[in-house]
Write a protein that binds this ligand. Sequence first.
Ligand code: ADP
Length: 541
Amino acid sequence: MLGLMQSQPLLISLLIEFAERHHGSAEIVSRRVEGDLHRYTYKDAAHRSRQVAHALDSLKLGFSDRVATLAWNGYRHLELYYGVSGSGRVLHTINPRLHPDQIAWIANHAEDQVLCFDLSFLPLVQAVHGRCTSIKHYIALCDADKLPADSGIPNLLSYESWMGAQPTDYAWPIFDENTASSMCYTSGTTGNPKAALYSHRSTILHAYAAALPDVMCLSARDAILPVVPMFHVNAWGIPYSAALTGAKLVFPGPAMDGKSIYELIEAEKVTYAAGVPTVWQMLLTHMKPEGLKFSTLKRTVIGGSACPPAMVHAFQDGYGVEVLHAWGMTEMSPLGTLCTLKNKHLALSAQEQMKLRLKQGRAIFGVDMKIVDAAGKELPWDGKTYGELYVKGPWILREYYKGEGGDPLVDGWFPTGDVATIDADGFMQITDRSKDVIKSGGEWISSIDIENIAVAHPAVAMAACIGIAHPKWDERPIIAVVKRPGMNVSREELLKFYEGKTAKWQIPDDVVFVDAIPLGATGKMLKTRLRDLLKDYILPL
Ligand code: ADP
């Protein structure tokens, strides 16, 4: 039929071209591995991304070949985001916190041809390169004069000498928007990791959606600090959404401790930050004793694991920073829900509003969700009934890379492995991961609820709740607790602290004090490892 709109494939190169043309002078500031601050603009980033594309061509890389990175959040990583995907190759961001065996495994599985790495990861690359059989080119993200002389890595190039001499013009190729653009492996706590392969189309749609007011609410007036790593689900899509909106980008590099993050927020007038709860805990722990305040930070999106109520209170009441609680997963690009209130909730008391803010939030347009029982029957949205959360939409995985694990979908829906409730207004709340939920006497106990109460105690720095086998009740919860330095709390005091805050039968049977709780490669508590550590533990009956 005549009169239709233009058809233009949704390609990642469009984002950087747009940012250059319309927000060319907006800044991108990076703390570098070298320790200094690097500062340039979207115009510079666009130029250098095109140089990267030329440099990849010079390596004779084919369409859809994989280019891996082991890198912190920084401007060179951003140039690879655009140069690799924009030229039709697939950016494979590797999580450097994975075990070297796993890194070698996934580099081989992905058939990576090139590995670009920050110099802080040189020892890691030295440890694995002999086992990475597909990688032909190693590129250190540094100037030529910083290139280590006797690295032992064959054909090691410096990024700057590799791409720096290339022309800054490049005709970004036009191809099918369903072409793969980047990939990320799941952490693989059980079995080998599997990869989610994102497409240009899924990435652009996700970038649009993420910027919406009731989602991340990003604009050209923001200065965004993604503390969430660029090696983890594309830093929640921020490198793309920032270019789409023209927001200033502030990259923390390797310095993710509370002091460095605080200083960067203040120095660069950051208005918006994004990260997992463990990072914010470090920031708050740094600020409190020093009586520090934020002068520009307005909002922070917190996700990846449940945001404890004590953290929402600390940000909102202590510092006037709005917390946006988000939920998602690697298989979802990652955004699924964000918690922003509806108009009718504005009249609620502060306490009632807080109850809502602690939920993981409402579905974003582009994500459909439902909860189902064990037989797959859809359950009601009453805020009480819980079931496994299923999702579908254009940025949600259809199949893992290379078809690993078979068909993951159930009637077109992706089962998330999370257990959740959904209320009548569509606010979803995660009760647990299905494998972490504690089954006591036929009832379920949410390990997240039990942890949230413990971390509200002033002497508790971190807490993890796990189920222990019990002869009568199947399982009973216990709580493993890390105390705050210099503070004390006894088992009895902590158990008393639960009284009145949860049903009696949900109060843990015991408290185990530990020096540390094992964290996984994405900073989340690794309950599988904790269970291993406590395998000889005997429940007091
Ligand atoms: P992500 O990058 O979002 O952390 P992962 O794939 O590593 O992605 O982990 C996804 C899982 O993390 C989810 O299935 C869920 O169990 C958990 N998760 C993510 N966000 C939240 C949240 N806000 N609250 C509770 N659990 C969360």
